[in-house]
Design a protein. Structure first.
Length: 126
């Protein structure tokens, strides 16, 4: 899911440990956080990363900033996913096996009337 950002700060949506923090030439910085229990959160199109693999993070903690990357379509935004499997890659057929609908947990960006406290979202939404 893509979130157009009001500012560049990207925050962890829950406590966890950074499993991956890498720079990809196409998608930019990518951070994957493994959370206690069953899921992972994925943050892509980061211009800058403030965490490294192996670090513990807490909900609301800054993990980086969004920016323009070759794959961002000319729009500053965060690509965010929740996954149940590692390495958190959807099947080549475009299916969504292994992913979880993040709106069940991050309701707020797409409908202001149903808004959620901003500190629970990965970015401040436009």
């Amino acid at each position: 899911m893509d979130f157009k950002a009001k500012d560049g700060v990207v925050r962890a949506v829950a406590d966890g440990r950074v499993a991956i923090a890498v720079i990809d030439p196409v998608v930019g910085g990518t951070v994957i956080v493994r959370h206690q229990g069953w899921y992972l959160s994925v943050y892509m199109h980061l211009e800058e990363m403030a965490v490294e693999a192996g670090e513990d993070v807490h909900r609301g903690e800054r993990i980086g900033t969004v920016g323009l990357t070759p794959a961002s379509g000319g729009v500053v935004h965060l690509h965010f996913e929740l996954c149940t499997d590692f390495p958190c890659v959807p099947p080549q057929d475009g299916g969504l096996d292994g992913t979880v609908d993040p709106l069940k947990y991050l309701d707020g960006c797409e409908a202001e009337a149903r808004g959620m406290a901003e500190h629970l979202l990965p970015v401040l939404c436009e």
